[in-house]
Design a protein around this ligand. Structure first.
Ligand SMILES: Cc1cc2nc3c(=O)[nH]c(=O)nc-3n(C[C@H](O)[C@H](O)[C@H](O)COP(=O)(O)OP(=O)(O)OC[C@H]3O[C@@H](n4cnc5c(N)ncnc54)[C@H](O)[C@@H]3O)c2cc1C
Length: 420
């Protein structure tokens, strides 16, 4: 008999799992951002009961003014889940990437033929990913979406985790076999579990803004490396574009404080006039930029995914894509363990996920850091080496393919979801 869970009033969709031998759910995912949602959706047919816990009300979460480059492997994962058809109509496809070093005339051009795919990647606004994933939860009868509900405390026991929740100002408790932290870069779950992180804050901040160009963007993404930091302009639906512009902290602060006309003039100086006049849409924001890797991705009864486990420089648009791969990898490990009758919170099971993802993420973290350091540098020998590297990248096809595969996730171990 399915028991009515005390949280049933705030569960949407109102599906109540059957508690099993003292557990309310097999696993609880803390954080209903895109990474947490991807894991919940990927577990649809796993037979595991899942609580997905998100603190922010739906309207607040959906209003996040962020946009992301979505790579080919992420697309394949979303296809494997069965949500890609709902995402695709709302996002832009880029079919050309132009890479250049400041105002040096040599440009590296990437086309889908270089990768052997029909596109190079996609650009999606936050809501274009969040809403289809949230809607897909309605097809996941074993996932209970607890929102807005905040996790305030966790207590680890040998056989499970007791999680204290704040629901409408009241306290509740649930028990699970496994806790998954998808609660972002400042993960309280990670800190409370005593997992240390390594890394640094960059000397740059990142300005993001939306613009509408006069001329068609022609599905082209530009990445231009200035000594002050990388500058990207990414195509969006409705002939809009996303600016991701890194600059030293003081410069970034001064730039966002400019009035619209002055800001656009500075923007055109960095970007040029390929798309004609640019018109600003909405506000600009500044983000701090950090490189961070958690010492451990797992403990007994705990796994970290997404920004809770790692963060990187925005160059190349890697952060969210790594998190989506974490989610797909963890789903596969848990599904297999469950099929084999193993305890999904058992450390040796979770270590399989850590072995799979930690080193691969570290490679990407290192690569983005190297790119930033190589290009934000005016020392002549470095300038010569990087211009030679760009020259070779444009002319040596296997090298071009290798670089593209690395940046789009196609060189690592692909989860089974992405191969369906
Ligand atoms: C300027 C900039 C540009 C970027 N561009 C790109 C890009 O082009 N491509 C790309 O792949 N990545 C990009 N990134 C990185 C990307 O934004 C992050 O990697 C991604 O958003 C992380 O997603 P997440 O789901 O792990 O965490 P978050 O999006 O931070 O989600 C965490 C969720 O957990 C919830 N939460 C936290 N604590 C609790 C709690 N105690 N109880 C309940 N819920 C809780 C929060 O409300 C939140 O919804 C960029 C980052 C920056 C800063």
């Amino acid at each position: 008999m399915a028991l009515l869970h005390p949280l049933s009033q705030i569960i949407s969709p109102p599906q109540i799992p059957t508690p099993q031998l003292g557990y309310d759910y097999d696993l609880a995912i803390v954080g209903g951002g895109i990474v947490g949602l991807t894991l919940a959706c990927a577990l649809k047919d796993s037979g595991l009961s899942v609580a997905l816990i998100e603190a922010k009300p739906h309207s607040v979460a959906a209003a996040k003014g962020q946009a992301y480059a979505v790579h080919m492997l992420s697309r394949r994962i979303f296809e494997g889940i069965g949500v890609w058809d709902k995402i695709l109509p709302q996002i832009a496809t880029y079919r050309q990437v132009r890479l250049s070093d400041a105002d040096h005339p040599g440009v590296v051009e990437f086309q889908p033929a270089d990768l052997g795919t029909e596109a190079l990647g996609y650009v999606a606004e936050h809501q274009a990913l969040l809403t289809p994933l949230q809607e897909f939860l309605q097809e996941c009868p074993l996932v209970s979406y607890l929102c807005p509900v905040e996790v305030v405390k966790t207590q680890y026991e040998p056989g499970g985790v007791e999680i204290a929740l704040r629901v409408d100002g009241e306290s509740r408790k649930i028990r699970t076999r496994l806790l998954v932290a998808a609660d972002g870069a400042r993960s309280r779950i990670r800190t409370a579990a005593g997992i240390n992180t390594r890394g640094w804050q960059y000397w740059q901040s990142c300005i993001v803004a939306f613009v509408k160009p006069e001329n068609p963007h022609n599905d082209t993404a530009y990445e231009r490396f200035w000594p002050s930091g990388p500058f990207a302009i990414l195509p969006l639906p409705g002939n809009r574009c996303r600016i991701v512009w890194t600059a030293p902290h003081e410069e970034a602060k001064a730039l966002v404080a400019l009035d619209d006309e002055q800001f656009l003039a500075e923007l055109s100086r960095r970007y040029g006039d390929q798309m004609g006049r640019l018109e600003l849409e909405g506000s600009r924001f500044v983000f701090s930029v950090q490189l961070m890797q958690s010492d451990r991705y797992v403990l007994s009864r705990l796994a970290l995914i997404g920004d809770a486990a790692h963060c990187c420089h925005p160059v190349g648009g890697q952060g969210l894509n790594m998190g989506i791969r974490d989610a797909a990898a963890l789903a596969q490990v848990l599904q297999l363990a469950h099929n084999q009758g193993e305890d999904i919170g058992y450390l040796p099971v979770l270590k399989r996920y850590e072995r799979w993802r930690k080193q691969e993420n570290l490679t990407i973290l290192g690569f983005t850091d190297l790119l930033d350091r190589m290009f934000s540098n005016n020392w002549l020998p470095v300038v010569v080496v990087r211009r030679l590297a760009l020259w070779m990248l444009q002319r040596v096809r296997p090298l071009k393919k290798f670089a593209l595969q690395l940046m789009t996730g196609l060189r690592g171990r692909a989860p089974e979801l992405a191969q369906r």
